[in-house]
Design a protein around this ligand. Sequence first.
Ligand code: DNO
Length: 367
Amino acid sequence: MDNREGVKDFMKMTMRWFGEGNDGVQLRHIKQIPGVDGVVWALHDVPAGEEWPMDKIMEVKEQADKHGLNIDVVESVNVHEDIKLGLSTRDQYIDNYIKTIEKLARVGVKVICYNFMPVFDWTRTNLFEEMDDGSTALFFEKSKIEDIDPMELVTNISENSEYTMPGWEPERLEHLADLFEKYKGVTEEDLWSNLQYFLERVIPVAKENDIKMGIHPDDPPWSVFGLPRIMTNKENVQRFLNLVDDPYNGLTLCSGSLGANPNNNVPEMVREFADRIHFAHIRNVKTYENGDFIETSHRTKDGSVDIYEVVKAYHESGFTGYVRPDHGRHIWDEICRPGYGLYDRGLGIMYLWGIWDSLERKKENDK
Ligand code: DNO
């Protein structure tokens, strides 16, 4: 029995899981990490824009149930490019999105994470950058991205990983040239209005089904390859929330994505948007003056994001939403999906609980 059962005023810790047998991290491993109650999941083999099949959803539920883990959070139901592009074909894809929301509600899903980044989801230039201690981590080298052809980057990334990474699905990226062509002339303002169109159709359905939608910020939070990106900073997050001013239109606040830009004050954003944050990704990055960044351990001292302050901001806001440790480094010779090993994410979870529990104890003692 989890000793947090019945405790209502705590963050709810989860861990991302890619399916049994799909990578090294299995439900029985996740279950052994203290304070983790659920998995963050998706049907990774269903292409964006298609309706998710109920039998496959049920299969996930049954597997998780066996381990006593909840499946409250889905990351991601991906948004088809035609929706982001505002093409006339978008309505059929939005219809499918809506049907998926309704099906997910039937198995008790509470939060759906998605993003609105054109073509590329998260972008890095090296998946296994060596750190001084011999561990490796995801790295973004700004000058490299300015010079590299997007197709070359896709090839490099896929050749360096035996896994298909979320957001880097080959069947989508094989149409890269065509996609770039379609995005020619699409401005940030176009993206805003296409996002609004999507939200106006989807949020009422999410609300009816009691599922909170949480958009993920752009990673990194600036334009790559000349493509427009809009979920990048505090002002734009506020603008997003105003597009449909409803609690069901909320955020997946990712400290590592937003934190890659040193001008973003993540703890401040947590405090400001706490009541619209449904899902928190908490991880650290070390940023450099030239715009490069590397993913570090969660510990405040190791990176540029003050994770202690981030957790404190959640704690003081009375946050009871879902959290995941997000990415980790690759340590102890673990062979794993880039960013998603068991060991460093497990360490990250314990750091986050360590901060939370000591803040909680202090609050109790101060009463
Ligand atoms: C990368 C993830 C992203 C994230 C999506 C949300 O590891 O953080 O792929 O899941 O942007 O839709």
